[in-house]
Structures are given as structure tokens and as C-alpha cells.
Design a protein around this ligand. Structure first.
Ligand code: CO8
Length: 258
């Protein structure tokens, strides 16, 4: 399929999606989000893909939802048409891991999109923020919900109320990003991390993702119980047999993804 707002390629077992509206710093409009949803779904369904990387340009992961597209909306436009918001949840339905590789601006909806991914690798040039308050609106894709879970209430309040940007070092200290890499190595490092993941057993990878995400939706006791049941279920897979046998035989595992 031809996309107008994203670029899609495959590197080994990794699906790479680049947001590609350079003139608007990858501002996120419905067309882009529709294409992103389709590309993510295709990689999720593709047995040759084990992990997905989502990135932007050197200057911007994404500078937010498209302000020009939504500036004139009435309440009824936004509510009835579900414009802007209708296709943002697609990424949460993806069962394979999605890594956000962020360089430059990740603002507003761009920061929210990065936070919807499973983890964020940041270039040293990355800047995160929720500046919606300056536009007379508030974050609408989880900024007030995922940010406090990721970085604490204090920092989330600070960012959302002052609209200031947080650089990569602060974002790593705060726990928003898992690692920082040199900007010119961002894609290589993200692909390398994704390739490591894609070399694991896919069903077990999916269980890890499901179980960690459950931590956000349950009490600790429920989450631990959920994890225990998934742990037990791994003993019904061929890959657990292969993984443990390979360890005992002092060789790398060769997972069958079963
Ligand atoms: N929307 C539309 N166009 C944008 C956006 C945007 N968010 N950001 C930048 N652009 C455009 C600019 O208008 C400009 O276009 P043009 O050249 O035609 O004038 C081009 O990109 C380059 O931008 P600048 O000239 O401003 O570049 P600078 O390097 O001077 O500044 C900044 C870069 C600081 C990133 C600046 O562009 C900026 O502040 N952008 C807006 C950031 C922002 O406010 N983001 C939040 C948007 S609201 C939002 O995201 C709500 C999310 C709700 C999601 C709900 C879905 C479920």
C-alpha cells in the first residue's frame, strides 16, 4: 500500500515506521493516524515481524496533533465525529512490542503517541512536553494519565501546567525514556534493541507485554496472579522447552514461536 504521511520498511524481523510530514514537523492529523493504524496492524499480523519501531525525523518525532486541522472544530464536530481522537487507540491494540525512537520534538499528541508505545529510546536531542495549555486546551490522548504514571504527579503537573519542555536527560531521570543514545545512532540503536526482542519467542514476548501492561490496570495482587497464570502457561509452549534445554546444553536457543 502507498502511504502519503508515513514511510514503512522492514529491516530483518523489525518493522520500521517513520512519521513523514516534514513540513509540519510530523503534526498528527487523521490521515496520518489512519495510515499509522493500518501499518501497525499489518506488521502485527505479519509472521515475519517480531518487533516494531516507530520514529519521526531528526527534528521532530511529532510536534503534536495538527493544530490547523482542529482549530475550527465545534464541540459537536469533535464529539460526534470523534475527530482527532477516533484512531489514536489503534496502537494500544497492537500485541507485538512497539518501540518509540524519539529525536527532536515530542510535544502534545507527539509525546502522548510516544507514551502509547511500549518504551521510548530517546536521542540526546529529544524534547518532551505537553504544551496544550498554551493553546487553550488540554492533552487529549492520555497526557494527563500516562505522564503521571511515568514520571510522577509533580513532574506531570509541572509539564502540563507550565507547558515547558523536558530534555532527554531529564526525561531519562524521570523514567519516561528507557535509554538515551546519540542522535545519529538513534535508528541503529532502536533497530538493534528491536532485533534482540525479535530474536526471542514471539508468544513469550507478547505475554511479557501483556503482563507489564496489566500492572497499569489492576491491583498488585491481581497483577501478580495474572503474571503467575501466564508464567504457568509458558510451560505449555515448545519455546520454554527449547529455551531451557538450550541453556542446559550451553547453546543459543532456536525458538519455533510455538
Ligand atoms: N500542528 C500543525 N502544524 C505544526 C505543528 C502542529 N502541532 N507544529 C508545528 N507545525 C508547523 C508550523 O506551523 C510550521 O509550518 P509553516 O512552516 O507552514 O509555518 C512548521 O510546522 C514548522 O514549525 P515552526 O516554524 O513553528 O518551527 P520552530 O522550529 O520554530 O518551532 C515548535 C518548533 C516549538 C515545535 C513549534 O512548531 C511548536 O510550538 N509547535 C506546536 C507544538 C504544540 O503546541 N503541540 C501541541 C498541539 S495540540 C495537541 O497535540 C493535542 C493532542 C490531542 C490529541 C487528541 C487525540 C486523541
Amino acid at each position: 500500500m502507498e502511504y502519503a504521511n508515513i514511510l514503512v520498511e522492514v529491516q530483518g524481523k523489525v518493522g520500521l515506521i517513520r512519521l513523514n510530514r516534514p513540513k509540519a514537523l510530523n503534526a498528527l492529523n487523521d490521515e496520518l493516524m489512519d495510515e499509522l493504524g493500518i501499518a501497525l496492524q499489518k506488521f502485527d499480523a505479519d509472521e515475519a515481524i517480531g518487533c516494531i519501531v516507530l520514529t519521526g525525523s531528526e527534528k521532530a518525532f511529532a510536534a503534536g496533533a495538527d493544530i490547523g486541522a482542529m482549530a475550527g472544530y465545534s464541540y459537536m464536530d469533535a464529539y460526534k465525529g470523534d475527530y482527532i481522537t477516533r484512531n489514536w487507540e489503534q496502537i494500544r491494540r497492537i500485541r507485538k512490542p512497539v518501540i518509540a525512537a524519539v529525536a527532536g520534538y515530542a510535544l502534545g499528541g507527539g509525546c502522548e503517541l510516544a507514551m502509547m508505545c511500549d518504551f521510548i529510546i530517546a536521542a540526546d536531542s529529544a524534547k518532551f512536553g505537553q504544551p496544550e495549555i498554551k493553546l487553550g486546551t488540554i492533552p487529549g490522548a492520555g497526557g494527563t494519565q500516562r505522564l503521571p504514571r511515568a514520571v510522577s504527579k509533580a513532574k506531570a503537573m509541572d509539564l502540563c501546567l507550565t507547558a515547558r519542555m523536558m530534555d532527554a536527560a531529564e526525561a531519562e531521570r524521570a523514567g519516561l525514556v528507557s535509554r538515551i543514545v546519540a542522535a545519529d545512532k538513534l535508528i541503529d540503536e532502536a533497530i538493534a534493541a528491536a532485533t534482540v526482542i525479535a530474536g526471542m519467542s514471539l508468544p513469550i514476548v507478547m505475554m511479557v507485554k501483556e503482563s507489564i501492561n496489566r500492572a497499569y490496570e489492576s491491583t498488585l495482587a491481581e497483577g501478580v496472579q495474572f503474571e503467575r497464570r501466564l508464567f504457568h502457561s509458558t510451560f505449555g509452549t515448545e519455546d520454554q522447552k527449547e529455551g531451557m534445554r538450550a541453556f542446559i546444553e550451553k547453546r543459543p536457543p532456536n525458538f519455533a514461536n510455538k
